[in-house]
Ligand binder design. Structure first.
Ligand code: ADP
Ligand code: MG
Ligand code: ZN
Length: 741
């Protein structure tokens, strides 16, 4: 089990950090910046870290909390988030607790008691606690290792989630001058960054600004036509995967959710106009994988820590790039491939303009227009989407081909516009790079204006060279050249076009340039990100179902049991022993002990049913070497394990109770129940009455049928604990075996 009294000696430090990473979290290596942040906290230095969503911020404070003496206090803005975070920490065996306004006095005093006795490594609290003198007194008398402020941008009025309560956090460095403070956020703008540091009063913090590149996200833009059908088509290639669909208006949210439900997709709506209970119920259902899809306005945002969101669809034009980045950022937190799809139609532009024109403040209107221009540019330019997004945050993406967007993967049709680019640039060059786009387009199209005549530009060679195309076309070529960095525009209020070095190459014919074909073709469906690794999808379905069953029993979201990434790895490596399971990323000691057996068993059953599958050799051998019993992970062993169900079956047939079978065979009751489920699914014949009494079974069956869902918790709650989870589980399996889906 875990050792919390590890002393940090400089020479042992490395091994202590690495050891904890492996045994508690089950990870082999750190993500970028995690290690240096952890070291700073361990050295008791303040930290300010900007890391993208999914960058792994939680681990940066959870790991030092384990190694340091005392309790780490984590300030987190949302109650729902807090509970999930505590569940996740507990699942890794870290003693944790939260304190917020949803708790009664007895619960609060219980937490205080544990705090005083130094029984909590991680205490999550809401910021408003810092306005309570009593709470501060309690903290002062406890031993606090450090403070971590999550979602720290909430302290800034410049940010999008300002929360006045966060301002009270500036008390922390004043009241606890010797305790380090680490602040974390995913908000990228520099203005917010400066604001956070000064408002909290961090003391020469170690500052980290991570790259905003989310390598596992695939970005794609498709031309929008009948968007609900397009969504349906997309879902058809992403069966069973969790995803978010963003729409601009509440009406559109309701319509799309209803439409999808009418097509048998479990989709729930979320917008600020729904009653609070509905919103949290829908969010909860999504979190727990009970609803596949949530259709939402941008009100759905912070507070989703769900790591297995596999796609984010924008069915309407996003308001601005920053928002688009944050919204798509909710996909693929677990680091596994995820798809960000934007349906772009020019018809959306007037709708946005309408709102902008209604703004009374001229400056605001100007900014909104600029943002609209950027978003339209993102969707319509022939430039790597990733490059554009990162460029927006002032980060230069170094590679020519990112391999993770529709442009770079060549799924968008391109046309060569080199000749037209040369015509436009030749006009710019021959007029001395002193004019704006309008004037140049006039020259190229051979327009007769007095200004052109006065300056003698009707006599240059390119005058009228492009008169077979209209002005609109030449404007679009100009926009394209600006977007691709071939031209730059300088000067205010009369911007003048200049040719860059890249442009010179094109002008002199040493380089070519292409643009998106205007009538966009439908892109090839289902193309996955370049480094998406193959995994066994059938096994994944089984493991996912197992994960959901366990999550229901434990009343936590499924991704807290194991992430999609962990399940994918199991579906590549097929661990057949507990020690092989331990090598899988995300499987630490606590999870191995709690869930290892169930997942190994499910994998073995699957292998037994599919003998043609070959287990990666090196992995199997390595696992066998490490296995105490030194059993070879070969076909014979698999068969032997497959036979373990048969043993249960034989004992059942012999009239033994499940408890006795578990005891006799040294298995957990849950494993034996999983055998029974398996036997039922196989349609095997045995006396079920002996496992669940007929009267009880009938009661449970009626409940399931009337509730029209098979949630185990609701069933157990409904009968006030007079039936067990195991009984509900078995009855459910029996029902499902009678009515296969
Ligand atoms: P953030 O708060 O920065 O958005 P999280 O802390 O929620 O990100 O982490 C996102 C996911 O990444 C979680 O599923 C977490 O378990 C996983 N993760 C964190 N650190 C590592 C690591 N070093 N190796 C593998 N997975 C990691
Ligand atoms: Mg987080
Ligand atoms: Zn790209």
């Amino acid at each position: 089990m875990l050792k919390y009294d590890l002393m940090i000696h400089p020479e042992k430090e490395l091994s202590a950090i690495q050891h904890t990473l492996k045994t508690v979290f089950g990870f082999e290596s750190f993500r970028p910046n995690q290690e240096s942040i952890i070291r700073s906290i361990l050295c008791r230095r303040d930290v300010f870290a900007v890391m993208p969503t999914g960058g792994g911020k939680s681990l940066c404070y959870q790991l030092p909390a384990i190694l340091m003496n005392g309790t780490a206090v984590v300030i987190s803005p949302l109650i729902s988030l807090m509970k999930d975070q505590v569940d996740a920490a507990m699942a890794n065996g870290i003693p944790s607790a939260f304190m917020n306004s949803s708790m009664d006095a007895a619960e609060v005093s219980d937490v205080y008691r544990r705090l005083t006795y130094n029984k909590i490594r991680l205490l999550y609290i809401a910021p408003e606690r810092f306005a309570m003198p009593h709470f501060i007194d309690k903290l002062k008398s406890a031993s606090i290792s450090f403070f971590a402020i999550d979602e720290a941008h909430c302290v800034s009025e410049w940010g999008h989630d300002f929360r006045p309560d966060y301002l009270g956090l500036s008390l922390i460095p004043q009241i606890f001058p010797d305790v380090p403070v680490a602040a974390f956020t995913a908000t990228a703008t520099r203005q917010v960054q400066e604001d956070i540091i000064s408002r909290i009063g961090l003391r020469t913090p170690y500052v980290v600004r991570a790259s905003f590149n989310r390598a596992n996200l695939y970005y794609e833009v498709r031309a929008k036509s009948r968007v609900e059908n397009q969504i349906l088509e997309f879902l058809g290639t992403h069966r069973g995967e969790s995803g978010i669909i963003y729409r601009t208006t509440r009406d559109a949210v309701m319509e799309t959710a209803n439409f999808l439900r009418s097509r048998d997709i479990i989709a729930l709506p979320y917008h600020a106009g729904l009653p609070a209970e509905d919103r949290s119920r829908n969010q909860e259902a999504f979190n727990k994988d009970e609803a596949q899809v949530i259709v939402a306005t941008i009100a759905f945002g912070m507070g989703i820590d769900k790591s297995n969101v596999r796609f984010v669809i924008h069915a309407d034009l996003p308001r601005n790039i920053e928002g688009y980045y944050q919204e798509t950022g909710r996909a693929g937190r677990d680091g596994e491939p995820a798809h960000c799809l934007l349906f772009f139609g020019r018809g959306d532009i007037p709708k946005v303009r309408y709102f902008i024109n209604a703004m009374t403040d001229e400056r605001e209107r100007h900014i909104a227009n600029e943002k609209l221009r950027q978003t339209v540019g993102f969707a319509s330019h022939n430039v790597c989407r990733r490059k554009q997004l990162l460029g927006f945050f002032g980060e230069e993406y170094p590679d020519d081909n990112c391999g993770g967007c529709d442009i770079c993967s060549g799924s968008v049709e391109q046309v060569d516009i080199t000749t037209d680019a040369q015509i436009l640039m030749s006009a710019i060059s021959r007029t001395g790079q002193r004019f704006g786009m309008g004037y140049i387009v006039d020259i190229v199209t051979g327009t007769d204006t007095s200004r052109i005549r006065k300056l003698g530009h009707h006599e240059i060679k390119t005058y009228g060279a492009g008169k077979d195309r209209d002005k609109k076309y030449w404007w679009s070529v100009g926009d394209e050249l600006l977007a691709q960095g071939v031209l730059i525009q300088e000067g205010n209020p009369y911007p003048v076009l200049n040719i860059t070095a890249k442009g010179t190459g094109i002008l002199f014919g040493t380089e070519k340039i292409t643009a998106l074909k205007k009538e966009e073709k439908k892109t090839k469906p289902g193309r996955r990100h370049a480094d998406a690794e193959h995994y066994d999808e059938l096994l994944f379905e089984k493991l996912r179902a197992l994960r959901k069953r366990i999550a229901e029993v434990q009343q936590v979201p499924p991704y807290i049991i194991f992430s999609d990434k962990t399940l994918h790895e199991i579906c590549r490596q097929f661990p057949s022993t507990l020690s092989a399971m331990r090598e899988i990323g995300g499987v630490g000691d606590a999870k191995l002990e709690r869930y290892g057996e169930d997942f190994v068993m499910e994998t073995l059953l699957y292998l037994a049913e599919n003998p043609h599958i070959s287990v990666p050799k090196s992995f199997a051998e390595a696992a066998a070497d490490r296995n105490d019993e030194a059993r070879p992970a070969t076909g014979t062993q698999r068969k032997k394990k497959g036979e373990t169900v048969e043993e249960t079956y034989a004992l059942l047939k012999g009239g033994m109770s499940l408890d006795d079978i578990a005891k006799l065979r040294g298995l957990t009751p849950s494993t034996v129940v999983s055998h029974v489920e398996h036997l039922l699914r196989e349609g095997r014949d045995f006396d079920l009455d002996q496992v669940v009494a007929p009267a009880k079974r009938q009661k449970i069956e009626e409940f399931f049928l009337s509730a029209r869902e098979y949630g185990l918790n609701p069933a157990v709650e409904h009968f006030n604990g007079t039936i067990s989870y195991e009984e509900a589980r078995i009855t459910r399996a029996w029902l499902q075996s009678k009515n296969p889906v």
